[in-house]
Design a protein around this ligand. Structure first.
Ligand SMILES: [Zn+2]
Length: 238
């Protein structure tokens, strides 16, 4: 490979590296949108689950309240009968009813109270989800606008750089273009080309030897680092 082509690939590598940093900027910006979207979808899921739980709770509460109402009616009836009870056996029977009903009523009251508390807490949680979702929807569209604004410049720069790379590569023989394309698949944004200094590959520190270094510096050879497989380019520029 002639020195001129090495210079061209070094130039392409440096342009492509710039694309890499623009892409990084874009992804950092877009991460802001993505992380908020993730938080929102998590909340939406929680909201749906909590609403389902609320429905179940409502049904359970309705059932307990009905049982409590029926228990109260039974107790009221016993009280009525107590007024007219005349025999000891009747009084005893009514006392037995009270002894049976009262603990049941108390138990139901405790259960209803606990369910009401649970319902109240759940309603607050649901309200919190709704407030978050409404607020973050507004934030999301604001962030999206900011991100679009910030990434616009990067996207334009990338387009210009891609054009320049294309022009450079098109000016080189197809074999040079192929070498770049192959290297780029493995090492894109990670120095596809490496230099040798004191017999050592500067990217991976593998010792390629002084002889290889001398040959590379003269140009005319295509050498890849035996360790990292990068193309070894001469340091001196055309
Ligand atoms: Zn190497």
């Amino acid at each position: 490979m002639i020195l001129e082509h090495f210079a061209l690939l070094i130039q392409v590598q440096s342009l492509d590296k710039k694309i890499g940093s623009h892409l990084k900027n874009i992804s950092i910006q877009e991460e802001r949108v993505i992380s908020l979207q993730k938080a929102r979808s998590l909340r939406e899921k929680q909201l749906a689950e909590d609403q389902e739980t609320k429905e179940k709770l409502k049904a359970e509460l309705g059932q307990k309240e009905k049982e409590l109402f029926e228990k109260d009616q039974l107790i009221a009836r016993s009280l009525e009968r107590q007024k007219t009870a005349s025999t000891e056996a009747q009084c005893k029977a009514i006392e037995n009813e009270f002894a049976q009903f009262m603990p049941q009523k108390e138990k139901l009251e405790i259960e209803v109270y606990a369910l009401l508390e649970k319902q109240e807490a759940l309603e607050q949680t649901i309200k919190d989800h709704e407030i978050f979702l409404a607020g973050s929807l507004k934030t999301l569209s604001e962030i999206q606008k900011e991100v679009d604004l910030h990434t616009q410049k990067d996207k334009e720069e990338i387009q210009i750089l891609e054009e320049r790379i294309k022009i450079d590569l098109d000016s080189a023989p197809p074999s040079i273009k192929n070498i770049w394309n192959d290297l780029s698949k493995k090492f894109r944004f990670n120095s596809p080309l490496s230099f040798v200094e004191n017999g050592v590959c500067l990217e991976c520190r593998y010792s390629v030897g002084r002889n290889t270094e001398n040959q590379i510096e003269k140009g005319g050879v295509i050498e890849f680092c035996p360790n990292c497989k990068r193309l070894l380019a001469p340091k001196k520029r055309v």
